[in-house]
Ligand binder design. Structure first.
Ligand SMILES: [Ca+2]
Length: 202
């Protein structure tokens, strides 16, 4: 386990590119509201360059809530990110969650980039993605041959049908509690019917 360190991050104002819909007719059928998660790329707050910040249950890591274990927010320059220059390490059994608005009955697609911390064994990093606490996808990544400069990200995807007006997405490590380094997640996107993707990388 990395040691804990709290970064003194400058209050970075997130520059949101607001896309204003051009809908005009009141008689038009309402467009399906797309889900909008925030900062799926884990770019805010900023972790120390070439270092990281550890977050623990009950703490907010920007738009994400740490719901289990310990999660490391990996600063720029530490290792390759899938998008932007930060990512997260779920360590052994760290978990991060975010709740966003959804339309009941609408199908949503979750995509994310997966790699693993190549620092040490075991080589196989495991975790799961949950919707409202229910496991929707297990994932694993073998870091054999991977390096900080060549993380080897792969893209993973699953869908869910919203059952409530809000939905909670969680990524959780499922490694042995003694594992020091785990699965790496970045560039999380949630979109409904292919519209309004919330991933930073498009
Ligand atoms: Ca990122």
């Amino acid at each position: 386990m990395f040691s804990s360190r709290v970064s003194v991050a400058a209050a970075a104002a997130a520059a949101l590119l607001a896309v204003v819909g051009a809908g005009t007719a009141a008689t038009a059928a309402p467009a399906p509201l797309a889900s909008r998660i925030h900062d799926g790329s884990f770019e805010t707050p900023r972790a120390p360059v070439n270092f990281f910040t550890s977050y623990f249950p009950g703490q907010f890591m920007g738009s994400w809530y740490v719901s289990g274990g310990a999660v490391d927010l990996i600063g720029a320059g530490t290792w390759q990110a899938a998008e932007g220059d930060q990512s997260i390490d779920l360590n052994a059994r760290g978990a991060v969650s975010q709740t966003f608005t959804t339309n009941v009955g609408t199908t949503y697609t979750v995509t994310y980039s997966l790699a693993g911390n190549p620092y040490d064994l075991p080589a196989l990093k495991t975790g799961e993605a949950l919707i409202d606490g229910q496991r929707f996808q297990e994932f694993s990544f073998d870091v054999t041959g991977k390096t900080y400069g060549n993380m080897g990200y792969v893209r993973r995807q699953f869908t869910f049908v919203a059952t409530g007006t809000t939905t909670t997405l969680t990524f959780a490590g499922t490694m042995s509690a003694t594992a020091a380094n785990g699965a790496v997640i970045d560039d999380v996107c949630v979109e409904a019917r292919g519209t309004w993707p919330s991933c930073a990388g498009g």
